[in-house]
Design a binder for this molecule. Sequence first.
Ligand code: FES
Length: 122
Amino acid sequence: MYSKKVMDHFMNPRNVGEMENPDAIGEVGNPTCGDLMKMYLRIENNIIKDIKFQTFGCGAAIATSSMITELAMGKTLDEALELTRDDVADNLNGLPPVKMHCSNLSADALRAAIEDYKKKHH
Ligand code: FES
């Protein structure tokens, strides 16, 4: 049901945990299942220098967040804003359709964190 890549990111999530003194935080809930996601950003010259996530979400939420942190790392804020749940799913070699809403959680949390940063520094 899950690709090898999903299992790898689920068993060994990248960039998981809390960040001290982040430049921005994004927090979202998933209306479909009620799960929660928090994403922390460290930003220098408009580039994502570090990113971490914490989630009360399912295995697919963990895998998609792990993947989106890898995709976002080193990108400019505008490039990172363009990441969609489909980019995440594609890079994980697909997600079961019933789990696509879980990847919204990671894309939305990243977007919320970037918007938080833009609000503070415009
Ligand atoms: Fe809630 Fe996957 S079931 S994030």
